[in-house]
Design a protein around this ligand. Structure first.
Ligand code: GUN
Length: 310
């Protein structure tokens, strides 16, 4: 079997087009233009590129943006005070603090300081808790962006995920843990693997759905992949080119081998990556709709509700 290559770039473009339409409707019906505020602390070049792309793509779908760049040595109190001001600013609907933060800053305290209704990353403990709950009526849940994008790709491929064996490799707050929660909600049987997992090849071999977010290039060998599985590779790893000149980006999965066994697979780059920013824009639109509905409870414009993958 040779796998279908899942085109995340194309899927993200469709999602952005729908979001741009949603932004237009919200503006026409309420006069509100969604606004995303980004905060970047320090000079990490990769983080700076990501944050710039987030702001550019928000602007491209008709949103307003506000970018804050703080120096590496900023006091935590000053960062918290900026977040407080953005929480209170009625024109701001989404707040994103780019991670990682410098060592001297307590990441958990910063994420807790963001108003959960404006937490477009879905990292606030209230949003983490709602995601882990079986309360499907909690439509105000915000879903972390990368797992939301993975779920969209999986649902496009499979329709229902019910009863399938899903294996998530990696247990980060940003991807692995929320991914496992979403797969569970979609009625998969879910296993989470991490660096202490002893039988990774056997676990992977049982996966109808494999999501790898370990950040380890070439970790998943093609021979481990179950014939016909769907493989979602979240890894973005920079490795030196074979000729010793420059570097390239690869995923966690040995793509050339795995595509001979899987039924569908995401490439790196061009798979999950483009979905992450598109889903951030989706969360920002939803946050703006929800906030205006909260402020004007009798308004005609109601949020569509969090995407349900079950
Ligand atoms: N750093 C790496 N991925 C992410 C993300 O999805 N959100 C934020 N805020 N920081 C990140």
């Amino acid at each position: 079997m040779v796998a279908r290559i899942i085109d995340g770039k194309q899927r993200a473009a469709v999602l952005r087009r729908d979001i741009a339409i949603g932004v237009g409707h919200l503006r026409d019906e309420t006069g509100i233009t969604p606004k995303l505020a980004t905060i970047l602390v320090g000079n990490d070049p990769a983080s700076a590129i990501y944050v710039r792309r987030k702001a550019e793509q928000a602007a491209a779908v008709g949103m307003q943006t506000e970018s804050h760049r703080l120096c590496e040595t900023i006091a935590q109190a000053e960062l918290l005070s900026l977040i407080d001001a953005l929480n209170r600013d009625g024109a701001v609907h989404g707040i994103l603090v780019q991670l990682p933060l410098p060592q001297h800053i307590d990441k958990a305290a910063v994420l807790r300081a963001i108003d959960p209704a404006k937490d477009v990353d879905g990292f606030h403990p209230i949003n983490v808790g709602l995601l882990a709950s079986d309360d499907h009526a909690a439509l105000d849940r915000i879903i972390p962006c990368t797992p939301m994008g993975c779920m969209m790709l999986l649902v496009d491929e499979l329709g229902s995920l019910e009863g399938l064996n899903a294996v998530v490799v990696g247990c980060s707050n940003i991807v692995g843990r929320p991914m496992a929660q979403l797969l569970l909600q979609a009625r998969c049987t879910v296993s989470i693997a991490h660096i202490h997992t002893r039988n990774l090849p056997d676990l992977v071999a049982a996966a109808d759905i494999l999501v790898s977010a370990a950040g380890a290039p070439g970790l998943i060998k093609g021979a481990w992949v179950k014939a016909g599985a769907i493989v979602i590779d979240v890894g973005i790893n920079h490795v030196p080119n074979d000729d010793g000149h420059g570097s390239r980006i690869v995923g966690d999965v040995c793509f050339d081998e795995a595509k001979e066994r899987a039924s569908a697979i995401t490439p790196v780059p061009g798979g999950v990556g483009p979905m992450t920013i598109a889903c951030l824009l989706e969360n920002t639109l939803r946050a703006a709709s929800a906030l205006q509905a909260r402020d004007l409870p009798n308004s005609e414009t109601r949020k569509k509700g969090t995407p349900q993958f079950a």
